[in-house]
Design a protein around this ligand. Sequence first.
Ligand code: GYE
Length: 363
Amino acid sequence: MRSRSCRPPNAVACGSAADALPGAPPHLGVGDGLNLPGRARTRRRRSVPAALLLLIALLIQGCDRSNSSGSGTRPLVVGFSQVGAESAWRTAETQSIKEEAAKRGATLKFADAQQKLANQIKAVRSFIVQNVDVIVIAPVVETGWEAVLTEAKEAGIPVVLVDRGIEVRDDALFATLIASDFVEEGRMAAGWLAERTAGKARIVELQGTTGSAPAIDRQRGFAEGIANHPGLKIIKTQSADFTRAKGKEVMEAFLKAAGDEIDAVYAHNDDMAIGAIQAIEEAGLRPGEDILLVSIDAVRDAFVAMVAGKLNATVECNPLMGPILFDTIEQIRAGAAVPKFIQNQDELFDQSVAAELIDSRKY
Ligand code: GYE
């Protein structure tokens, strides 16, 4: 099944990824395995050598570490395989997860896959060897996960997916997916464009990373959204890998090939839209006026571009996953049932609200 598109009836909608879930278990503290009162007592009993006591303490901690099913008293160890650092959104997500791990005294083993599935698989295998408590993956693409997730399952290590879903036959291979509904984001972008252009525009599409859940679903959602508007036509579509540099490069090629025909750009993320804005300006046209732009993420630079009148609208995709991720991990470790899909709620912002909201944006 395609986990990213599943909408089980028990899906939890989160008003904001920054909201903590109520009733989460108390956080674990660093050094809980070697607490001070115990050591103070040993000093009073002078007959027991300090080195022996230290050895016993380390052994106790070692036994506790091997118990990965309960929440225990030792600090939580999480392995996180991140896609890379291709966009401002991605950087914000990484920062949120690192900050939350530090806040809760958890050890985060972070691996940057540089956009490669092979690197992610290697990282997950290394987390299994290190016997981490939980493995968190932001999967670069949807397919290719069966074997390594089966290995994690056999090792008894729960896997939590963040921000992108995967396609696996057995969805018991992961505990939950925390993400936005990318199809809906595409529909929202299409709805805005249909309204703004009264249903008439020749559109070029900048797609995200080929084979990734957000690229597949944002394309699908947008196509669905324009289906009832025969005057809205996609005249060119190509991947620009979610980066600014490629967004600019692909837009330059579109402008060269289609010249005056382009009325609007639909970009699967803000970074590619910002790259396209540069290409449009360099071609002597006015982004936001001669060519309309709508994209997804709602990062700070998108608000800057909207205030400047160069980007017309952006659909939010909240990257601040840290708090909800660690709440969910604590629930899994406490043995509580968690929904298979925990959905972030997104909304669309356009130029009319950009100046008013820019200072309150958190990423
Ligand atoms: O929209 C884009 C990124 O997976 C939701 O990946 C994420 C997407 C995000 O690089 O900017």
